[in-house]
Design a protein around this ligand. Structure first.
Ligand code: HEM
Ligand SMILES: *[C@@H]1O[C@H](CO)[C@@H](O)[C@H](O)[C@H]1NC(C)=O
Ligand SMILES: *[C@@H]1O[C@H](CO)[C@@H](O)[C@H](O)[C@H]1NC(C)=O
Ligand SMILES: *[C@@H]1O[C@H](CO)[C@@H](O)[C@H](O)[C@H]1NC(C)=O
Ligand SMILES: *[C@@H]1O[C@H](CO)[C@@H](O)[C@H](O)[C@H]1NC(C)=O
Ligand SMILES: *[C@@H]1O[C@H](CO)[C@@H](O)[C@H](O)[C@H]1NC(C)=O
Ligand SMILES: *[C@@H]1O[C@H](CO)[C@@H](O)[C@H](O)[C@H]1NC(C)=O
Length: 338
């Protein structure tokens, strides 16, 4: 990466670090995210987060999947502003306690560990929202997926939006609803299909699958688009009135590898969630998302290229760059000074 000369550096010390950080990503009058944001103020930020993730993975093979999901659930609710990470305080219930996240979103302790390491190296510099964006990229790369230049420079917000998180995409959503929820955030069909490929690794609890096994859309019958052998397999693991917290692989073929098997599974009616199979099997998918599923199933390169771009698109949802609204939290769970 380009390293600046010592003259601006010296001027920056006089003018204050904030000026440098803001100036780095200015394009005209508008602050934007950029890859170089921490090059001067915390040059080892990426490697610091990476080491924390590698250490966490030693005792938790699921952690990479869990971390990318945190970035997704953060960005979809009032933009990528670390709102998911705040703990509940009197008068503000956290997003992390809402149904899409409670007893489901995980990895918060690893985010804390990354934050602690960064605070030790460069206090008050790297935002929690950016930690999630960096962790998502590292997690994909270390699982065999694509790499991309992570855009940085988000500030952390001071609120968590419990009600907003109720609108997160749900596993029971049909294609039309998924398209609405994504397009509402300026994400198109390619983004929807590519980002859903995040389900190439990680786990899913039985409670999100049982309706498809036993009582699809209230029909008291299984989902007809679910492959019968796969249904038999899942029914063993997730009996009708069994423990809804039992975990299953999102991608049973390669559970911890980031590859395009998510799409080859869907092609043979082995998408695990209704929202997964809808991308191919919904009547509305013909001519819209189904051809994109086909393309990614036949070309992992095409999937990887689209996934990287769509992660950048998702990371650009309502970036908070105004220092009069946001801040760099020193503890990802709390607004500074509270
Ligand atoms: C398209 C709409 C989506 C829906 C309806 C959806 C739904 C879900 C559900 C229900 C789970 C299981 C949670 C649990 O059992 O506790 C899950 C897990 C997961 N999701 Fe999604 N998801 C969607 C999109 C995404 C996107 C865009 C990404 C990332 C780019 C993603 C990444 C993951 C990962 C990696 C896991 C596993 C997490 C872990 O093992 O801890 N999902 N998702
Ligand atoms: C979150 O989940 C825990 C454990 O399942 C439960 O005890 C708690 O009541 C839930 N919180 C909310 C706000 O639903
Ligand atoms: C969240 O929604 C509930 C129910 O609609 C409402 O009573 C509450 O005031 C909302 N909370 C906020 C902070 O807007
Ligand atoms: C999709 O789900 C929404 C909300 O449940 C429903 O109103 C709509 O009719 C469904 N669309 C299709 C094509 O099934
Ligand atoms: C679209 O986003 C707005 C907030 O930006 C939210 O109020 C609305 O509920 C969202 N619509 C859908 C379908 O998610
Ligand atoms: C199946 O689902 C419908 C609608 O959600 C519900 O009314 C019905 O009680 C369920 N049937 C059984 C046997 O659980
Ligand atoms: C349900 O399954 C989860 C995950 O395997 C386990 O931690 C929990 O103890 C189980 N609960 C019961 C009541 O068996």
């Amino acid at each position: 990466m380009a390293s600046s000369s010592s003259a601006p550096r010296a001027a920056a010390v006089v003018a204050g670090v904030l000026v440098v950080m803001a100036a780095l990503c200015l394009h005209g009058a508008t602050a934007q995210l950029c890859e170089e944001y921490y090059d001067d103020t915390c040059p080892n930020a990426y490697d610091t987060v990476k080491q924390v993730l590698i250490d966490a993975h030693d005792s938790d093979t699921r952690i990479f999947a869990s971390l990318i999901r945190l970035h997704f659930h953060d960005c979809f609710v009032q933009g990528c502003d670390g709102s998911l990470l705040l703990d509940t305080v009197p008068g503000m219930q956290s997003e992390k306690e809402s149904p899409p996240n409670n007893a489901s979103a995980r990895g918060f302790e690893v985010v804390d560990a990354a934050k602690a390491a960064l605070e030790a190296a460069c206090p008050g510099v790297v935002s929690c929202a950016d930690i999630l964006a960096i962790a998502a990229e590292i997690s994909v790369e270390l699982s065999g997926g694509p790499s991309w230049g992570v855009l940085l420079g988000r500030l952390d917000g001071k609120t968590s939006d419990f009600n907003g998180s109720l609108d997160l995409p749900a596993p029971t959503d049909n294609l039309t609803v998924l398209q609405q929820k994504f397009s509402n955030l300026s994400l198109n069909d390619v983004d929807l299909v590519a980002l859903s490929g995040g389900h190439t690794f990680g786990r899913v609890q039985c409670q999100f699958v049982t309706d498809r096994l036993y009582n699809f859309s209230g029909t008291n019958m299984p989902d007809p688009t679910l492959d019968s052998a796969y249904r038999a397999f899942l029914s063993q693991r997730c009996p009708r009135n069994g423990n809804g917290s039992v975990l299953n692989d999102l991608d049973p073929t390669t559970p911890d590898t980031f590859d395009n098997n998510y799409y080859t599974n869907i092609e043979v009616n082995r998408g695990i969630l209704n929202s997964d199979q809808e991308l191919k099997s919904s009547p509305q998918a013909q001519g819209t998302t189904a051809p994109i599923v086909d393309q990614f199933a036949s070309s992992q390169d095409a999937f990887f290229a689209s996934f990287a771009q769509s992660m950048i698109n998702m990371g650009n949802i309502r970036p908070l760059t105004d220092p009069s609204v946001g801040e760099v939290r020193t503890n990802c769970r709390r607004v500074n000074g509270r």
